[in-house]
Design a protein around this ligand. Structure first.
Ligand SMILES: [Ca+2]
Ligand SMILES: [Ca+2]
Ligand SMILES: [Ca+2]
Length: 216
């Protein structure tokens, strides 16, 4: 659908502007590939060692891999940090306001939901992190958004919890216990237990997507 919309806009505005202005298509150099440990699942960006170069934090099946950037599109060898069980999503923000970026990892746990958690790894400012502190959220967290939801100046977490798969009901797959949990931050990198959990009364279909915005 997006491709079709783009073509229509080019057709409408192309008569008023040059094709290069309206319909130019961005191009990219061939992809470079960098290895991370485990199965890679999501990637977040931030200057994790405060050298002015963007780095990568990759959620993998065994933790979160950090690839420090060289500033030219290349990255150093991945270093893995342990998170919770079955990490699937990583986010970057300075949670304790010390100037060092920290990591938040959503851990899906086992297929039935046991072991679900949110891991917080406080950054040391050199690309390494303190040991993960795990918090309970909902059932099988799948994504995290970071923001100040209660306007107290301290960053909070909103967690999309996938819930438990209910089986194959073609053409859709349904889940139970899908929810969104909010963990209010204390400002020091620690969080209160989920204070708000919204939960659908009926099974929710594909609740996987949650928008994220990196906090400054
Ligand atoms: Ca860096
Ligand atoms: Ca920090
Ligand atoms: Ca807050």
């Amino acid at each position: 659908m997006k491709s079709i919309s783009l073509l229509l806009l080019c057709g409408i505005f192309g008569q008023y502007f040059s094709a290069a202005d309206v319909c130019s298509v961005p191009t990219f150099a061939p992809a470079r590939t960098f290895n991370a440990e485990g199965a890679t699942r999501s990637v977040a960006i931030g200057d994790l060692n405060r050298d002015g170069k963007m780095d990568l934090a990759v959620a993998t099946s065994i933790g979160v891999s950090v690839l420090l950037g060289e500033g030219d599109g290349n990255f150093r060898k991945a270093v893995n940090f342990v998170a919770g069980t079955n990490p699937i999503y990583a986010a970057v923000a300075d949670l304790n306001n010390d100037g060092n970026f920290d990591l938040v990892v959503a851990n899906q746990g086992q297929s039935g939901g046991s072991g679900s958690s949110i891991s917080v790894l406080l950054g040391k400012g050199d690309g390494t992190f303190q040991a993960a502190v795990n918090y309970a959220a909902g059932v099988r967290p799948h994504g995290v958004a970071i923001g100040d939801f209660n306007e107290d100046g301290k960053l909070d977490l909103a967690v999309a919890n996938e819930g438990v798969l209910q089986g194959d009901e073609n053409p859709f797959v349904t889940f139970s216990n899908s929810s969104v949990s909010v963990l209010l931050g204390k400002g020091d990198g620690t969080f209160k237990l989920p204070s708000i959990t919204t939960r659908e009364q009926a099974p929710v279909r594909w609740p996987w997507l949650i928008s994220t915005r990196m906090a400054s």
